[in-house]
Structure formats: C-alpha cells, structure tokens
Design a protein around this ligand. Structure first.
Ligand SMILES: C[S@@+](CC[C@H](N)C(=O)[O-])C[C@H]1O[C@@H](n2cnc3c(N)ncnc32)[C@H](O)[C@@H]1O
Length: 268
C-alpha cells in the first residue's frame, strides 16, 4: 500500500490506479516537453551532470536528461513509479519515494527539475528549500508549475463552468494552481542567483484538441461530485473539442530557475 503525502494523489482524484492516468501524463508531456527542454537547454548543461527529476510521472524529461547527460546520471523519483521504465538508459535510476519524506545528501545534484509537482505538495515553500540543499555548488534548480487563469474570463460559458469546477476540485484536494507566480521570488529568497523565468500559454481546443480531453475525463468523477457541472456539460465539452472554431487559453505554465552560488560554472 502506497503512502501518499499529497492530497490529490492520496484521495484518488489523481494517481496511477486509474488507467486514464497514463493518458493524462502523456498529454501533459506532449504539450509542454518542448518548452521544458528549451528552458533546460538554455542552461550550461554538461554531459557529466548528475540530475534529479522530482515527480517524474511518465518519464519523458528523465529519459531526455539521460541522453543529455550521458556521462552523468539521472535519478527519477516518484511516489509511484509504475509508469517509469528503469531500463530506458544505463545512467537512469528510478526511485519510488515520497519526496516530502525522502532525503538526499547535501550537494548531490547539478540539476534538479520538477514539473507540476509542487502544486500538489503540502509545505511547498519548505520543499523548495530542501531541494536547494540538494544542489551542488553552481547547481541549477528548475521548477515548472501551472498558473490557472480566471475561468470567468473564458469567452465560452461552458468552459467557464468546466474550469470553475476543475479549479474548485483541485483546491478541494489540496492543490494550489496559482502558487507558481511566487516562484521567482521564492528561489531568490532561497539564495539562488541568476533567477529567471518564462511562461508557456496552455491551449484548449484548436490544434491541441486532444490536450484537455484526458485531463477532464480523468477528473470527471470529482467534477461531477462538486455539483458544479453535469454529465450533459461534460458531454457538451467533448463535442466542443471537435469544433474547429473552438480554441481557448485555460492556464499557463510558469517555469522559474536559479543557480546555487559556487562551483566553477560561473556563467555570463
Ligand atoms: C502532474 S504529474 C507530473 C509528472 C511529470 N513531472 C510531468 O510533468 O510530466 C505529478 C507527479 O508527481 C508525483 N508525485 C506526487 N506527489 C509526490 C510526492 N510526494 N513524492 C514524489 N512524487 C510525487 C505523481 O505521482 C505524479 O507522477
């Protein structure tokens, strides 16, 4: 029996017991992996780096880091590793652990990356401080989190209802989908230098019509339980995704990064 410290992953709203979770995670990967890779490629990545991928999910970024740092190693940690393939690369280590309980030796990693993890964690700010402690001198922390846009500003009344329910259920299950805005300041307060950030606008419908389908399907029981949407709304939403004129911007991803002082990797 897995002990999940984080609410959505312990209440069953999210988690790998549902066969739809792989679809949801792969949909996330398809929509943001390019953005994430661009952010990390902007850092002075060395082939010998030791990397830690926190909350690795279905693994795409951990696998990519393993090819990016062939002379180093990548530790991919998740509270549930059933969707991770430990045999994917010789320099990849898959660890099953609750990151809020697990610890690493100070100064272990040249790069620590997390995406869509901290929003689900209790004591997020303290977790950032712990992750900073695991960085080697000169090492980089990259954190990418969702920032929900106000549902009432959607031009589609149905989307207003769906997103109101979606955001409400995430809050009810302990997630904070606006915490990302404070990330740059939080990294700076944790004594990281060269703090910078970028954003990636999410797309619902349009060319990414299959992006949100798995997310809403996966959340459907919780959305219906909230009483804020009906079965008919969810059916109408599925139809709306097929409408070639439907396109909306439900949220953005904020990526923020910073570097621990020291080491010989001073960058200009
Ligand atoms: C929304 S998914 C994101 C997956 C991946 N980072 C991505 O962006 O494609 C969040 C991941 O964090 C993991 N997770 C949640 N709480 C965790 C914890 N306390 N310790 C380790 N992993 C956790 C979940 O199992 C899940 O795989």
């Amino acid at each position: 029996m897995r002990e999940a410290a984080t609410a959505p992953y312990s209440t069953g709203m999210l988690g790998n017991d549902d066969p739809g979770e792989r679809d949801r995670l792969e949909s996330i990967q398809r929509s943001v992996d390019i953005f994430t890779r661009n952010v990390i490629d902007g850092l002075p990545v060395q082939a010998s780096w030791n990397c830690l991928e926190l909350g690795a999910g279905a693994g795409s970024i951990a696998y990519w880091l393993a090819t990016r740092c062939p002379a180093g190693r990548v530790v991919a940690v998740d509270i549930d590793t059933r969707l991770l393939d430990a045999g994917r690369a010789a320099n990849l280590e898959v660890q099953e652990a609750d990151i809020t309980q697990h610890d690493y030796a100070p100064g272990s990693f040249d790069l620590i990356h997390a995406r869509y993890l901290f929003c689900h964690l209790p004591d997020r700010d303290e977790m950032i401080a712990r992750a900073v402690g695991w960085l080697s001198p000169g090492g980089w922390l990259v954190v990418e989190e969702p920032y929900d846009l106000p549902p009432g500003t959607s031009p589609f009344p149905l989307v207003q209802r769906i997103l109101t329910a979606y955001q409400h259920t995430h809050r009810q299950h302990g997630a904070d989908m606006t915490w990302a805005r404070g990330l740059p300041a939080l990294l700076a307060r944790n004594a990281l230098t060269e703090v910078a950030f970028a954003g990636n606008l999410g797309c619902m419908g349009g060319l990414a019509k299959d992006r949100w389908r798995p997310l809403i399907e996966r959340a459907a029981p919780a959305l219906l339980a909230s009483g804020l949407v009906s079965d008919a709304d969810l059916g109408a939403f599925t139809e709306l995704l097929e409408d070639p004129t439907f396109v909306d911007i439900p949220q953005m991803t904020i990526s923020a990064w910073g570097r621990r002082e020291g080491g010989d990797g001073e960058t200009g």
